[in-house]
Design a protein around this ligand. Structure first.
Ligand SMILES: Nc1ncnc2c1ncn2[C@@H]1O[C@H](COP(=O)(O)OP(=O)(O)O)[C@@H](O)[C@H]1O
Ligand SMILES: [Mg+2]
Length: 241
């Protein structure tokens, strides 16, 4: 579903060049739950933002469902993003003057869904995250864990095929973090592919796949895991398994 080949990203300012990603190769198959870990500044958010087409890259290629995103217009990119990708951020990114319902509804409005479809999706998403009774609350009236569950509801109401989560439990205490992790596992079991940045080794273990990034370079532990694969098997075949 996602294929990155020799993808590099350099941030240039007047004073310095930062090689945020160096020749990254990655394949993510439909239905995977992958955890991405690495030191601060190693390129995790940059990778996630590029996968979410929020940021461009300098060289290499990114194929999403077999099609390169290179050269797509902004309009085409935002359509693709809207239809296929959901985002969850560490800081929830909810609009504080909007009710829970309205927060979840906003991206659905952008997509031009009609009111009855919007309501149905919002109801379902709120049921799943267990916050239906709080639909008329404002974000500030909820705990951090509940706010993150609203953000998850907002993401899944769009019925994305890929969920990109950048340290979704980074601002939560351990109990709430566990609830959010369990919710993500449930969403993954429904078929949504998930890529999650985390600092928590326990979460990385629970995900089906653990990708590490250091200094803009990927170290994908799944390459070492498939014991049933003969050692001489080419990388592409192993990754596609
Ligand atoms: N918009 C930007 N302009 C310049 N440098 C940036 C920008 N975004 C990120 N960087 C740099 O790229 C590197 C990777 O950043 P990031 O992907 O945010 O790391 P992580 O999420 O792993 O902490 C860092 O050195 C960071 O300073
Ligand atoms: Mg980051």
């Amino acid at each position: 579903m996602i294929t990155l080949t020799n993808l590099s990203k350099i941030f240039r300012t007047e004073l310095i060049e930062t090689h945020a990603l160096r020749e990254v190769n990655l394949q993510v198959n439909e239905g995977e739950f992958a955890a991405l870990t690495g030191p601060s500044g190693s390129g995790k958010s940059t990778l996630l933002n590029i996968l979410g087409t929020l940021e461009n890259f300098d060289s290499g290629d990114y194929l999403l469902d077999g099609k390169s995103v290179k050269g797509l217009s902004d309009a085409a990119l935002s359509k693709l993003r809207n239809e296929k990708i959901g985002f969850i951020f560490q800081s929830f990114n909810l609009i504080k003057d909007f009710s829970i319902f309205d927060n979840i509804e906003l991206p659905l409005r952008y997509r031009g869904l009609k009111a009855s479809d919007r309501k149905q999706r919002i109801d379902q998403a709120l049921e799943l995250v267990g916050l239906h009774a709080r639909r008329d609350y404002l974000p500030g009236q909820l705990s951090g864990g509940q706010q993150q569950r609203v953000a998850i509801a907002r993401a899944i109401a769009g019925e994305p095929r890929i969920l990109l989560a950048d340290e979704p439990t980074g601002n939560l205490d351990s109990l709430m973090a566990r609830q959010v992790m369990e919710l993500l596992e449930q969403i993954n079991q429904r078929g949504c592919t998930i890529l999650m940045v985390t600092h928590d080794p326990e979460q990385a273990r629970r995900a089906g796949r653990h990708i590490q990034i250091v200094d803009g370079q990927l170290h994908d532990s799944t390459l070492y895991q498939p014991l049933s694969q003969p050692l001489h098997q080419p990388l592409a075949a192993v990754q596609g398994a």
